[in-house]
Design a protein around this ligand. Structure first.
Ligand SMILES: CCCCCCCCCC/C=C\CCCCCC(=O)SCCNC(=O)CCNC(=O)[C@H](O)C(C)(C)COP(=O)(O)OP(=O)(O)OC[C@H]1O[C@@H](n2cnc3c(N)ncnc32)[C@H](O)[C@@H]1OP(=O)(O)O
Ligand SMILES: Cc1cc2nc3c(=O)[nH]c(=O)nc-3n(C[C@H](O)[C@H](O)[C@H](O)COP(=O)(O)OP(=O)(O)OC[C@H]3O[C@@H](n4cnc5c(N)ncnc54)[C@H](O)[C@@H]3O)c2cc1C
Length: 646
């Protein structure tokens, strides 16, 4: 064990184990997660570091691993969905799996959209992995749902749907598992009796069940990408492919071609809402991994000098703390927000299953906004962590380049982040309702008292300094008032309309304000949820250290967005000047607990897969060992010497 890291752990002011229990949701859950993590000791999961393999070898290794995962799942008797997720996340490590889409989109779509008869047919096939599925929605030319071109036309004479990609731009593009899957849920515009009824989901067989040869359908892999090398994102061109009427999910077409309207057309989009909700938790996980690597490494790395003494740990540099500790605070904040998002998703989707759709718009808006907010922040955070590790952060052995490459498409898939932030119609609608005197419930209720507490541009000096920057509840209140930026966005729309612009143009001309309002709303939610969580934590030592992190999270956010807070007169210039001073004090308070705080995330070394983030801190000897395994070192003299240099 590296002596620096031993010393760091001795300095901790709280019980790391107890904090792990809080993050997991209780000691029993921690125990079970650790038991599940032991599967990594199974030699059948041994594999070559993907960084030393070609794309094709990586894909093959990933398919082998996916198949092993399924076999072992049965062997280990893991069947609870939450435990399956934990098991898969542990085994998958920092990379994706080729069967990922089957689990995260194909199966959930079947579960939520099959009727009884369809469930009886498809669920046994899909859960036994005879049917391997993908989710084919995006097209080469469009992602916007109303713009999708693939058609499904009902033919009452044969009781079939005819699926067609009429143009190059209508070719399905991006669905994972282009080579792996034999079925797809295909999203297509439904036509019956000559009328278009919008997007609906259809189950389409793509490949022969025994030979895996494609049916008369053009299907394949779209080629190498920025990351996601394990995943065979695919293309799919359908040329008048016929499927039985029974393959339409939720069955909205009667045998005579009559269309039966669903309770809400948006229920077809349910799987996207599900994944967006999951991505909030994934952001927390990846932020936590990145911080673990960067903070442990910073504790064992010595460089330069502060005083004329031996080289200090780089974690002692104030600038290093300023890079990493706000991200550490973010990892904790997002962990609690992820828990909230999962609970909210299951609560509201439970109501939806019971026929109560009243909270569907809020679920859509909250999951879209938080997905965008947390993935954007995490994406830039991983890169800050990588940079903070200097040259060794650039090596793939650190895992940080892989974490970045694998995570960055979360800002794009399941709805491009700007587009998701623009799903603020709900915020503007809520604002207008509140303004009209309606009492809002839930997370939007803060808009109820906006009329009394107008947030407008004020000369800061004209407002009393009511906010105590050391008081978290005051900070939450400031974020709440800043979230009323939605008022500015609503006003911008109103002004545009007064200029006789169309509603659509007014909206587009206010889009920057709308994204800002959405961002402010999400930021408020995160600060509030983090602060609310503190009241549930009884252990005084843990409460203290998490309160320090929550204060840092809130103040750092204000410092980054100082213009909003000043312009709205929420804080004065002298208070703004106090914030960097307070932030520096908080960095000092966090410093002795930094390693313990990342230890509490409890990532086993095999899951972290990072030489820099090793628990024992023995970085240098292992970096050397990792480099020696590089395929270029397989022979002392590389064949290129004989071919070209000699
Ligand atoms: C610790 C946790 C670990 C978890 C691990 C697992 C993590 C998972 C990792 C997965 C890894 C790899 C998987 C990769 C998967 C990627 C898969 C995909 O990307 S699938 C394709 C996704 N595509 C999109 O997301 C498209 C984005 N676009 C849209 O959603 C829509 O076009 C739009 C929302 C932008 C607009 O909707 P549209 O209907 O086209 O337009 P309208 O203007 O008509 O909308 C009207 C109306 O509907 C409301 N709306 C829209 N969507 C929904 C919804 N889903 N639910 C409820 N309501 C919705 C919208 O707000 C409007 O409301 P109004 O009241 O009318 O204003
Ligand atoms: C790794 C990966 C895996 C994927 N897996 C799948 C899958 O399994 N199944 C599937 O169906 N799809 C999948 N996708 C596709 C993914 O869902 C889309 O790429 C995503 O929804 C974004 O759409 P787009 O690529 O068309 O971007 P575009 O919408 O073309 O975005 C390009 C730019 O235009 C801007 N823009 C677009 N519309 C607006 C607007 N209304 N207002 C303001 N700005 C706008 C965006 O902000 C962005 O800056 C995957 C994508 C990736 C990268």
């Amino acid at each position: 064990m590296n002596p620096d890291i031993v010393k760091e752990r001795q300095n901790a002011s709280f019980d790391v184990q107890k904090l792990t229990y809080i993050l997991d949701g209780g000691p029993e859950k921690t125990k079970r997660r650790r038991e599940i993590s032991l599967v990594l000791n199974d030699p059948d999961f041994d594999e070559e570091d993907p960084n030393f393999l070609s794309r094709s070898e990586r894909y093959e290794q990933a398919v082998r691993k996916s198949a092993q995962m399924i076999l072992k799942l049965r062997e280990y008797g893991i069947s609870d969905p939450a435990e399956i997720n934990c098991y898969k996340s542990v085994v998958r490590g920092n990379f994706h799996e080729s069967l990922g889409l089957h689990y995260v989109m194909f199966l959930p779509t079947l579960y939520s959209q099959c009727d009884q008869e369809q469930s009886k047919k498809w669920l046994p096939l899909a859960t036994s992995f005879e049917v391997l599925g993908t989710y084919a929605q995006t097209e080469l030319g469009h992602t916007h749902l109303r713009g999708l071109e693939t058609t499904a036309t009902f033919d009452p004479t044969t009781q079939e749907f005819v699926l067609n990609s009429p143009t190059v731009t209508s070719i399905k593009w991006w669905p994972g598992a282009g080579k792996t899957s034999n079925h797809a849920v295909v999203l297509a515009q439904l036509y019956t009796r000559g009328k278009c009824h919008g997007l609906h989901a259809f189950i389409v067989q793509l490949r022969h069940m025994d030979t895996h040869e494609p049916l008369p359908i053009l299907v394949g892999d779209i080629g190498p990408k920025f990351g996601f090398s394990e995943v065979d994102n695919g293309f799919l061109k359908l040329d008048h492919v016929r499927i039985p009427r029974e393959n339409m999910l939720m069955k909205h077409v009667e045998p005579d071609g009559r269309y039966v309207k669903p309770a809400s057309a948006k229920l077809t989009y349910g799987t996207m809402v599900f994944i967006r909700s999951l991505l909030v938790g994934l952001s927390a996980l990846v932020m936590a991994k990145s911080c673990t690597i960067a903070i442990r490494y910073s504790a064992v790395r010595h460089q330069s000098e502060i005083r004329s003494e031996p080289e200090p740990q780089i974690l002692d540099y104030q600038t290093q703390q300023y890079k990493l500790f706000p991200l550490l605070a973010t990892a904790y904040a997002f962990s609690f927000v992820g828990q909230y998002m999962t609970e909210t998703y299951y609560r509201i989707s439970g109501d939806i299953n019971q026929g109560d759709l009243s909270e569907l718009p809020e679920l859509h808006a909250v999951s879209a906004g938080l997905k965008a907010f947390t993935t954007w922040t995490t994406n830039t955070g991983i890169e800050v962590c990588r940079m903070s590790c200097g040259g060794h952060g650039y090596s793939r052995s650190s895992a940080l380049p892989d974490l970045y490459a694998e995570f960055t498409p979360t800002c794009t898939y399941e709805g491009e982040n700007t587009v998701m932030m623009l799903q603020t119609a709900y915020l503007v609608k809520s604002y207008r309702q509140a303004k009209a005197g309606e009492q809002l419930r839930g997370i939007m209720s803060y808009l109820n008292d906006m009329e009394q507490r107008h947030v407008r541009a004020h000369p800061a000096s004209a407002r009393p300094a009511l906010v105590d920057i050391n008081d978290l509840s005051d900070l939450v209140e400031s974020y709440k008032l800043r979230a009323a930026l939605v008022e500015s966005a609503a006003k911008s729309i109103q002004q545009e309309l007064q200029k006789r612009r169309s509603h659509e143009d007014a909206w587009n001309n206010s889009a920057i304000d709308l994204v800002k309002a959405s961002d402010a709303h999400c930021h408020y939610m995160v600060v509030k949820l983090f602060t609310d969580k503190l009241s549930e934590i009884g252990d005084p030592d843990i409460n203290l250290v998490l309160t320090t992190l929550a204060q840092l999270y809130a103040l750092h956010g204000i410092a980054l967005n100082s213009g909003d807070f000043l312009q709205a007169g929420l804080l004065t210039v002298p208070q703004m000047q106090q914030i960097p001073v307070r932030i520096k004090e908080l960095l000092c308070l966090i410093r002795p607990n930094a390693v313990a705080l990342v230890d509490a995330f409890d990532f086993p070394d095999k899951v972290l897969s990072s030489v820099l983030g090793r628990y024992d801190g023995n970085v240098y000897e292992n970096l050397f060992e990792w480099a020696r395994r590089s395929p270029l070192n397989a022979t002392e003299v590389h064949e290129s010497f004989h071919k070209y240099l000699k």
